[in-house]
Design a protein around this ligand. Structure first.
Ligand code: ASP
Ligand code: MG
Length: 459
């Protein structure tokens, strides 16, 4: 048994859905369960409609909804012959009519609750799963549409509802196992679920990966495939470094560190349910299915290179706080972090000495206000246009002398802050944004000119 999750770009239109069908057909012997996102950008549009309706702008809400309607009808007509089209058209129509009704209702009351928001946005996956299941059936795949709300049981924290694992595992097995036994291919929407009472919820943006991991873990499947539009994860951003290699295999912790510093492919925390059960997760490209992509496993594979990848995150501001007045006083870090917290400003890298603390934050408008608050207790300076560079690899733990190699490679670049996380699998430092291409290039040459063929592929 495997779970195949297709993201928004992998089902964005008729051509993409047709590609997805071919990919699934090639895996029928492995008993796939298919999880789909909404068509790309549809979730954003649904949120915009809901907000417009909530602001009382009924016309705008309904006009956005007309665009969504059109897009699904066009895809359906391109995918299906006349007879089947008529049937799926009326199924999509009833969802889309219900959506319009809902938007009119929201506009009439002029109030949008999180619960109603979830009802609106769940339409993205309701529609995509219907469309995909019909297209698969028309392409000789024995697809069976499954309503995710019968499988993913959540609490009622609307818009970021928490799946209740025991109930969900039972529901997934009960609903899906009989279908798989009959060689059917379940097709369900990701991202949404329902409370025990049956009220529709969603589990947070990007939640379809989470749905796929939950289903895969519940069914004890042998693999989860996350189909996207890139060839897996790379050793560096290919725009910065054309020699970047594909990472064939990466550990969960390594992937998590990279995601934190800007690798956008997938947020590994969403696949934790699978990793906990030692189920490998593959990131694959639906536009280039022959590519082997990247495999994420609980533990990193043995690798003769120290690092798996170099990530760089731009648009960072460094805030230096020199707290001479608080010398020796306890609780001063707490006081500082409380100020960031009050402004809802997450902090990334921190380095401290007895009297000074430097932190990085994403550049944002609140920084002058934060600095003004900090100014009450310390001397503060801040500067933008900085970047965080982060090298990640589990081999780092048992390799001496790595820091020397890293900083020798960038010895004439001005390094502002240095930190090595408690996980001991990354070295992180802060430089000027302008120096990023040069630094990444040099580090890539230093650490990847002789790549371990077991772990990296040149292509
Ligand atoms: N459609 C949802 C979103 O855009 C969930 C997903 O695609 O993973 O966030
Ligand atoms: Mg996604």
């Amino acid at each position: 048994m495997i779970v195949m999750k297709f993201g928004g770009t992998s089902v964005e239109d008729a051509a993409a859905i047709d590609r997805a069908a071919k990919i699934v057909r090639g895996r029928l012997a492995e008993d796939p369960v298919v999880v789909v996102s909404a068509l790309s950008k549809v979730t954003d549009q649904l949120i915009a409609m809901a907000n417009a309706a909530g602001d009382g702008d009924r016309e705008r809400a309904l006009s956005l909804a007309r665009g969504t309607r059109e897009r699904h009808y066009v895809a359906a007509s391109e995918l299906l012959g006349t007879g089947v089209f008529a049937q799926i058209h009326s199924e999509l129509e009833s969802d889309l009519d219900a959506l319009d009704e809902l938007l009119r209702g929201i506009a009439a009351v002029g109030e949008l609750t999180p619960r109603t928001m979830d009802n609106v946005v769940s339409h993205g996956e309701r529609l995509s799963s219907k469309l995909v299941a019909a297209a698969f059936t028309a392409r000789d795949i024995p697809a069976e549409l499954v309503d995710a709300r019968q499988c993913i049981v959540t609490d009622d924290t609307f818009t970021k509802a928490i799946p209740q694992m025991d109930a969900t595992n039972d529901a997934v097995c009960e609903r899906l196992r009989p279908l798989i036994r009959e060689k059917r291919v379940p097709v369900m929407g990701g991202y949404m679920g329902a409370t025990r009472e049956g009220i529709t919820t969603t589990i947070g943006r990007g939640g379809s990966d989470f749905s796929a991991a939950i289903v895969g873990a519940a069914l004890d499947c042998s693999r989860i495939e996350i189909w996207t539009d890139v060839d897996g994860m790379k050793t560096a951003d290919p725009n910065l470094c054309p020699e970047a290699l594909r990472i064939k295999s990466i550990g969960f912790e390594e992937a998590a560190e990279l995601a934190y510093f800007g690798a956008k492919v997938l947020h590994p925390s969403t696949v934790l349910p699978a990793v906990h059960k030692n189920i490998p997760v593959w990131v694959l490209n639906s536009r280039n299915p022959a590519n082997e992509g990247t495999r994420i496993t609980a533990r990193a594979p043995h690798c003769r290179n120290t690092f798996k990848a170099i990530a760089a995150k731009k648009r960072v501001t460094v805030v230096d706080i020199i707290a001479t007045r608080m010398l020796g006083a306890h609780g001063y870090l707490r006081t500082i972090f409380e100020i960031f917290d009050r402004h809802r400003c997450p902090v990334d890298v921190v380095s401290t000495s007895e009297v000074s603390v430097s932190v990085t934050v994403d550049s944002n408008e609140a920084i002058p206000l934060i600095a003004a608050d900090l100014d009450q207790i310390a001397d503060v300076k801040y500067g933008g246009r900085k970047a965080i560079v982060c090298l990640v690899g589990e081999t780092l733990r048992d390799t001496p002398g790595v820091a020397a190699r890293v900083f020798t490679a960038v010895k004439d670049i001005n390094v502002r802050m240095i930190s090595q996380g408690a996980s001991e699998i990354n070295i992180t430092f802060v430089i000027d944004e302008n120096d990023v291409p040069e630094a990444v290039q040099r580090l890539h040459t230093e650490f990847f000119s002789d790549p371990d063929p077991e772990v990296f592929a040149r292509e």
